[in-house]
Design a protein. Structure first.
Length: 442
């Protein structure tokens, strides 16, 4: 056995834990897939994921082989997962899955010898990762889950929403005191947080080195497609929102802000695209506010239709209260539409005074008033709308893309490996073997 010297370089060997990882998908599966795809640009990658993702992954690889990526599929035995049906029991199953892959990742490390291990999905700080047990530089994240709505907004939720927030808060507190989560935090060489709120929690549970790295991003093809949406220079002022109708998406606040805007601009419209458990409450609220004829509940529509409808709108209203990423706002920005959001969580890291408005969230009454003011300004200044829309497109192209985020990850990796080499030189202690001919830096 021998230790690699700087002159004997080979690609970095990375193990990714990606429970959710699937091509051509959004949300968590898309996050896992895109991190794999981008990291494979500069490293050899081994991915451990669920067996249920195998068919989609292998179908993709038949068309586009990836020579430096290997997939390993794991699921709990049928007797240990018969109770999981779709989203029912998902969090418990995910926790058990993390425990279950422990033996597999140890075996892989003994066989391959990874330089870095990296947990990417699920991207939440409530659950542990067995990769932290390996004696290798460990990257945790980006993870979110530490975001929360200001308490004063809870009273604006439906009963379903209040119950959801109680359960969610209990789940986060469980994670804060889970010894395995705390071990994961202490063992992390670098913990990446999607927002400042999550960063604070990561520090509190034991992470020594933390950075903020939102994972909302688009690839070059998607950016090009969204930038083809034309600017809008005429027609009645039209606002839109896109996403699931959940209480914490704040659409009830958006409807109230729009009702006030209509007093000034009676011809304006509000289009809401998506479905969800709050749909009935939102439609009732629109009727109660007397704006049902100006609010169009589009429902769940195919991607192409979403873009066609955005082309007929001027501004995105995105009043989410604890969204760790904010994918919808990034896509709207790529379409050249200013975004009005709260100064909270993920969207607050994307929107600035050049491309939209970030509204303070101190109370529901104040928030509704300030949302209305921002919308009124944009409605009455078409030139400002166009200027902000162009700035939004420029920001997505320069910052909110997967290529840029991959460059940051590569920088983190290189810095960690350089530190390992420096520590090795100082101590003159060899690292664990990575094969019969060389040893990984860990």
């Amino acid at each position: 056995m021998r230790v690699l010297t700087n002159k004997e370089e080979r690609p970095i060997r990375v193990l990714l834990s990606a429970y959710a990882c699937e091509p051509s998908r959004g949300s968590e599966p898309g996050i896992g897939w895109n991190w794999m795809k981008q990291i494979s640009r500069f490293a050899d990658v081994w991915v451990i994921t669920r067996k249920s993702n195998r068919a989609a992954i292998e179908k993709f690889l038949e068309q586009e082989p990836m020579a430096n990526v290997a997939f390993f599929y794991f699921d709990l035995p049928r007797w240990a997962r018969f109770w999981k049906k779709g989203g029912r029991g998902l969090q418990l199953y995910y926790y058990l899955w993390q425990i279950g892959i422990g033996r597999t990742v140890r075996h892989l490390h003994r066989s391959i010898g990874f330089d870095i291990v990296h947990h990417v999905t699920f991207g939440t700080c409530w659950f542990p990762s067995p990769l932290s047990f390996l004696h290798v530089p460990f990257v945790w994240g980006p993870v979110g889950g530490g975001e929360y709505a200001p308490w004063k907004f809870w009273r604006s939720y439906s009963l379903r929403g209040k119950l959801h927030e109680i359960v969610r808060t209990m789940g986060r507190l469980r994670g804060d005191y889970d010894p395995f989560v705390r071990y994961t935090a202490r063992r992390s060489t670098l913990a990446l947080a999607t927002t400042a709120q999550t960063k604070g929690i990561l520090r509190a549970i034991g992470c020594k080195t933390t950075q903020i790295l939102p994972h909302a991003a688009l690839d070059e093809d998607e950016i090009s497609r969204l930038q083809s949406v034309p600017e809008r220079t005429s027609g009645r002022f039209r606002i839109f929102s896109v996403g699931r109708m959940l209480h914490w998406k704040g659409l009830h606040l958006g409807l109230r802000a729009f009702a006030r805007l209509r007093q000034e601009l009676p011809d304006s419209e509000y289009w809401i695209m998506g479905e969800g458990p709050e749909a009935g409450n939102l439609k009732k609220l629109a009727r109660d506010l007397g704006i049902e004829n100006q609010v169009v509940f589009v429902g769940q529509v195919p991607r192409d239709q979403v873009l066609a409808k955005i082309a007929k709108c001027d501004v995105m209203l995105h009043p989410t209260l604890h969204d760790s990423s904010g994918w919808a706002s990034v896509e709207a920005m790529a379409c050249g539409r200013p975004v009005v959001c709260f100064d909270l969580a993920g969207p607050a890291l994307q929107v600035d005074s050049d491309n939209g408005f970030k509204v303070a969230a101190e109370s529901p009454e104040q928030a509704i008033c300030d949302l209305t003011s921002a919308l009124s300004f944009l409605a009455n200044d078409p030139e400002a709308r166009l200027r902000m829309g162009r700035a939004a497109r420029a920001k997505v192209a320069s910052e909110l893309n997967w290529s840029r985020k991959a460059d940051r990850i590569r920088g983190f990796y290189e810095e960690m490996l350089a530190t390992c080499r420096a520590d090795l030189d100082k101590s003159e202690v060899r690292c664990p073997t990575s094969s019969t001919t060389d040893t990984n830096w860990a």
